[in-house]
Design a protein around this ligand. Structure first.
Ligand SMILES: Cc1ncc(COP(=O)(O)O)c(C=O)c1O
Length: 400
């Protein structure tokens, strides 16, 4: 059974639902677990800002040894404002506006290129980055049904282009290089990540021999999964680390690249909760539980059919089957379909679990719905780390 690791009554008494609440200790424990399991090498986690772009969380991760993986102007500025700068930022974007590259360059970030054309534009319009990498999309990656068939992927480059890109950078006088790939999403399979890492290491080895590059780092991406369903088992991070260590020792004898990951979900995913209140119960062709949260607060179930476990505060058992729905004029505005839950009444509080990554950040304002507040529990007290949007925020951009 999934539980919330603190008493939310204080928040319920003082703030309107819906709201997000995060568990600071849980987040830091996940980071430490990842760091400890890779302590056999020079390792760094660059937290994927898009997962939880909230400065309080970025700052505590930075204070505990993480960098940031940014992919837009706003994420670069969030990182800067959270005190994470220079090569503690990795800038991995696609279809990138030149101003965003410029901002990344000004911050001294590691620039990760998505196309040879971007490299040429960067060199001619901005200058020479001190350190750069290229995003590789191998055609034989595993698990591609999750992140997309490489042949349909808008991300990264095939091997030939990667080679061409490094040649362009060498000719421009760049001396420090890394290598990047992001091949899986939310996988609990150590085997899948290991096999993809082997493809990445193989490419690094080949390119380093062909072009005489001693790569400073290899970023094997994010995408480490979390158990969204109660019956799923956690990713065996120690086994994964051991597998990768074996590969590393096999491929890298002459030079020892640092190893980077850019996980979002693995760090914050299990430690965020969306708290929402039941407004109406409707009996139609099926039973609908209407809550005060909607897709604006959490889109994953609607856009991916993603499972998020739901518990009812102070109620137990599985007695009724419900669809748990929001109030948007979209029929996919549902947090759960045919879910067995305790018998629900108006005013009950539902806890939607594992929303700490790609949850609040994905929200949008369709139907003029507003994004909720975020709180964090630091082990002693709750802190508001983002206020809820108000209607004035919604109307502030309109000219009439
Ligand atoms: C380039 C890149 N890196 C890292 C991530 C983080 O993925 P996850 O939160 O699944 O680890 C994403 C997710 O969209 C991504 O696009």
């Amino acid at each position: 059974m999934k539980k919330i690791p603190f008493d939310i009554n204080y928040l319920l008494r003082n703030f309107p639902t819906p709201f997000y609440v995060y568990d600071e200790r849980g987040i830091l424990n996940s980071l430490k677990k990842l760091q400890n399991s890779f302590n056999w090498c020079d390792f760094k986690e660059y937290f994927a800002v898009k997962a939880t772009p909230t400065p309080y969380i970025l700052r505590i991760l930075g204070e505990n040894g993480a960098g940031t993986d940014c992919s837009s102007m706003a994420e670069l500025i969030l990182s800067e404002k959270s005190g994470i700068n220079g090569e503690d930022i990795l800038f991995t974007s696609n279809n990138t506006p030149i101003e965003e590259y410029k901002k990344a360059y000004d911050l001294g970030a590691i620039i990760n290129f998505d196309d040879t054309d971007h490299i040429k534009k960067f060199l001619s319009k901005i200058g020479k980055p001190d350190i750069a990498s290229i995003r590789y999309t191998p055609k034989n990656a595993y698990g591609t049904e999750v992140i997309g068939n490489p042949k349909n992927s808008k991300f990264g480059m095939p091997y030939k282009k990667v080679l061409e890109g490094y040649k362009i950078m060498i000719d421009s006088g760049i001396k420090r290089f890394g290598f990047h790939a992001m091949l899986v999403s939310n996988t609990l399979s150590t085997d899948m990540i290991t096999r993809n890492t082997q493809i990445i290491f193989e490419a690094v080895k080949n390119i380093s021999e062909k072009l005489n590059i001693e790569f400073e780092f290899i970023d094997i991406g994010g995408g480490f999964g979390i158990p969204y369903k109660p019956e799923e088992k956690e990713l065996d991070i120690n086994l994964l680390s051991k597998n990768i260590k074996d590969l590393y020792n096999y491929y890298f004898n002459d030079f020892k690249p640092k190893l980077y990951t850019e996980n979002g979900r693995y760090i914050t995913g299990p430690h965020g909760y969306l708290i929402t209140k039941v407004l109406h119960i409707k009996s139609s062709y099926k039973m609908y539980v209407g809550v005060d949260a909607n897709m604006a607060n959490l889109m994953r179930p609607a856009i991916y059919g993603a499972y998020h476990h739901i518990t009812v505060l102070n109620k137990f058992g599985e007695y009724e089957t419900y669809d748990v729905v929001g109030s948007l004029c979209e029929n996919n505005d549902k947090f759960a379909i045919n879910r067995k839950l305790p018998k629900i009444e108006e005013e009950d509080i539902l806890i939607i679990h594992d929303v700490g990554a790609h949850g609040h950040s994905m929200g949008f304002n369709y139907n003029g719905k507003l994004k909720s507040a975020e709180f964090i529990y630091d082990g002693e007290k709750f802190k508001m780390i983002r206020r809820a949007e108000i209607l004035d925020d919604y109307f502030s951009t309109i000219i009439f």
